[in-house]
Design a protein around this ligand. Structure first.
Ligand code: 5GP
Length: 342
């Protein structure tokens, strides 16, 4: 277990409000005792499984606990420090800007506060490079998606390179990608990178085909893309030809019941193809995991040697949305750390 913690890691798929640890949830609960929220309502423990629907209910509970600038600052700061303590050297956080009438929170101040947390950690010398992806919740439709992209474009220019892209997430059973395509295209044209949740559930083949035409810069999950699970060879061919890296979250998919067991996770399919795959946590708080545990799980499930695990974490650097200079710095860091682990 020490190897996996000390392994330098890149985390590219982490939803802010899904990443809140038990300790931070306790602090939030004590700030808002009147909500009568218990910790069991915000996390899915070992051996437990839920439907995706139930997972989205958990996010609604957490959103009640996180509804002021002060909350967001604490949550983001804690989450960044926890990833750093787990050996993550580069982190892309994603979060959906929310407005809350009761507390005066606006989408703009939401993004500003996440940026403030990133800057605060940097000033404190936390050993991690953090970037931000502004998330579009697919449930909210065309207008909100455009509004979100406009905000993200603005922050891309004013945040000193901290805002680097757009995430498309939210309940995959609601809405259709075709309504979001213009906003995503606009984002791409302006230089924002795109990470899109694709084929997280079966029956999204048309949507995935459409969104792949953008093409996105990375894919979240892609659970049902390949033909063995009802996807199609032509979807796989597109992903392979365009070399679009896939973010894979083992525990999240098993606990959220879209994958029957670890051994049947689609990591195997894409890894054996030699396609760029990046292990990620998704929601480390909700699914009670961390990135070292995800690497360890992949290794024990699929029989990866320490060398193979090292290569996996090193190759993740090529899939980051940060600039080329950061890639180079990370590669040097990995080279410096290699002798300590082997
Ligand atoms: P937030 O954006 O509020 O920081 O993080 C929680 C949100 O992330 C959820 O409301 C949901 O929109 C998105 N999210 C978190 N985990 C998942 C997931 O596994 N699948 C999808 N499609 N969306 C997710």
């Amino acid at each position: 277990a020490v190897f996996y913690r000390e392994l330098p890691k890149v985390e590219l798929h982490a939803h802010l409000n899904g990443s809140v640890s038990a300790q931070t949830i306790e602090k939030l609960i004590s700030r808002k005792p009147h909500l009568n929220i218990e910790h069991s309502m915000t996390a899915i423990g070992k051996g437990q499984r839920r439907t995706l629907d139930e997972c989205f209910e958990v996010f609604r509970v957490i959103h009640k606990l996180v509804d002021t600038e002060e909350d967001i600052l604490m949550v983001a700061t804690d989450v960044i420090k926890e990833f750093a303590a787990d050996g993550v050297k580069y982190l892309e956080l994603r979060s959906t800007p929310r407005e809350e009438r009761d507390t005066g929170l606006t989408k703009r101040s939401y993004i500003e506060t996440v940026i403030k947390a990133i800057q605060k950690c940097k000033e404190e010398g936390v050993d991690i490079d953090v970037r931000f992806l502004v998330a579009i919740d697919r449930r909210n439709g065309t207008e909100v998606a455009l509004e979100t992209v406009n905000l993200a474009e603005e922050f891309m220019l004013s945040s000193d390179g901290l805002v680097v892209g757009i995430d498309l997430s939210g309940d995959p059973t609601v809405g259709h990608g075709k309504d979001l395509l213009p906003a995503l295209q606009k984002a791409k044209n302006s230089g924002l990178k795109l990470s899109l949740h694709l084929s997280e559930i079966p029956s999204q083949l048309d949507e995935s085909d459409l969104l792949l035409s953008l093409p996105p810069d990375r894919i979240g999950h892609g659970t049902f893309l390949h033909p063995e699970v009802g996807g199609s060879q032509s979807l796989v061919d597109k992903v392979v030809q365009k070399k679009i890296p896939i973010e894979l979250c083992l525990t999240s998919n098993v606990k959220g019941n879209t994958v029957p067991c670890y051994a049947k996770h689609h990591f195997k399919y894409w890894y054996e193809l030699g396609h760029p795959t990046v292990l990620c946590t998704d929601d480390k708080g909700v699914f009670c995991t961390d990135l070292s545990q995800e690497y360890q799980l992949a290794a024990s499930t699929f029989g990866l040697s320490h060398e193979a695990v090292w290569k996996l974490s090193q190759q993740a650097i090529d899939s980051i949305f940060g600039p080329e200079t950061v890639k180079q710095q990370l590669k040097e860091k990995w080279n410096d750390l290699h002798p300590q682990l082997f």
